[in-house]
Design a protein around this ligand. Structure first.
Ligand SMILES: Cc1ncc(COP(=O)(O)O)c(C=O)c1O
Length: 371
């Protein structure tokens, strides 16, 4: 059986620990455990006293209730998983059969695309339009969605371009799915990373009945090392996904669930989102200044969310080649546009320590000027 590897993740796992500067990760500078626990004097004692039994397989009741509140759902809709990655994987495994038709957004994080191809599905993409600030091309969506389309996958806010769907674009995507009875998989891991507003992007939850929302702590919360994610689905589908979760991982880690219960308390949510939005806002300003200094070599349609810049370079060379040159000669890892389905771009993470980002960007400039 043919297998489509996950190009971006392979790139990161091969090279992220071989460079001085890693601008290929997709979140902000991670939160330290001490920062998460904050100034609660008893938090450390509670953590040290926590038992290391198998946790409840679907997630603790308290955690599922907090996740439900984040999406406006109920705890019966929620399954806690090992990262959003597992949530996407078991959703596709449960919904997509060989020969099914799946529609994805591009440029995009290509996990769902690869999972669907590996499940034997036919996959079409609808573009986010670089000529229109990466707005979704809804005519293209309506052309590719056809009777029998099984699933439409969207990421909102988007990785890598940081676009946020407008209410009318959400309506159009729901209408396209409704027209043919397709499922929607809404990957919402970047909710909470808004750059231009403090308003959290609305969840798709409640907009449609054949819907799965995916989320996790890796991006807006700055806690990727916990490997804690979730899916929100109608109860029967949540049960079906749970059966697959038992095969795949049994459960997320009990310590991660304990810490996730802290992260998702309303007061901690505010604290973490404020911290990460500040990294995103400062980081983007510096990225934009760096692009402005490039004298036309680089350009960008400014992202509305995420710690990412999807930067267009104006050189007639493939993105993997450019990214390899930056890695080998600049000691910096960035994502290549080809990993997201669109050439002549680099995905650059800027929501990190200012000095680190500045040094890495200078190094990239040196390499680009030498090409
Ligand atoms: C859109 C999207 N979904 C899912 C994931 C996986 O996230 P997690 O760390 O929660 O497994 C990523 C990671 O980059 C992502 O960008």
């Amino acid at each position: 059986m043919s297998f489509t590897p996950f190009g971006l993740e392979e790139w990161q796992s091969r090279y992220e620990h071989t460079v001085a500067y890693n601008l290929a990760d997709s979140g902000c500078h991670p939160v330290a455990l001490s920062e998460l626990l904050g100034d609660d004097p008893e938090a450390v004692d509670r953590l040290l006293a926590s038992s290391l039994h198998y946790p409840p397989v679907g997630g603790t009741d308290a955690l599922r209730a907090l996740i439900a509140a984040w999406h406006g759902a109920t705890a019966d809709n929620v399954l806690v998983t090992v990262g959003a990655a597992e949530a996407n994987a078991i959703t596709i495994a449960g919904l997509v059969d060989p020969g099914d038709h799946v529609v994805v957004m591009e440029p995009g994080y290509r996990q769902v695309r690869g999972l669907a191809l590996n499940a034997g599905a036919e996959v079409d993409a609808f573009p986010l339009d670089p000529g229109h600030q990466w707005r979704p091309d809804l005519d293209a969506l309506n052309r590719v969605v056809r009777p029998g389309t099984k699933l439409i996958a969207v990421t909102n806010p988007n990785n890598p371009v940081g676009a946020i769907l407008t209410p009318s674009e959400v309506d159009a995507i729901v209408a396209a799915a409704e027209r043919v009875g397709a499922w929607i998989l809404a990957d919402e891991v970047y909710r909470g990373t808004e750059r231009l507003t403090d308003e959290v992007t609305p969840s798709f939850w409640g907009r449609y009945d054949k819907l799965v929302c995916v989320g996790g702590l890796s991006k807006a919360f700055g806690l990727p090392g916990l490997r804690l994610g979730w899916l929100v689905a109608p109860p029967w589908l949540r049960e079906a996904a749970w059966r697959r979760h038992e095969y795949a991982t049994i459960a997320a880690a009990s310590l991660s669930m304990h810490l996730a219960e802290i992260a998702l308390r309303p007061a901690t949510i505010d604290r973490l989102l404020t911290r990460n939005r500040s990294l995103i806002r400062d980081g983007y300003t510096r990225l934009q200044q760096w692009i402005d200094r490039s004298e036309g070599l680089l350009s960008i349609a400014p992202p509305h969310a995420t710690a990412l810049g999807f930067v267009r370079y104006h050189l007639p060379r493939p993105s993997i080649e450019i990214a390899h040159a930056i890695r080998e000669h600049g000691d910096v890892l960035v994502g290549a546009g080809a990993h997201f389905g669109v050439e002549h771009h680099l995905r650059i993470t800027h929501g990190l320590a200012v000095g680190y980002v500045d040094a890495a960007l200078s190094s990239i400039t040196r390499v680009l000027n030498s090409l």
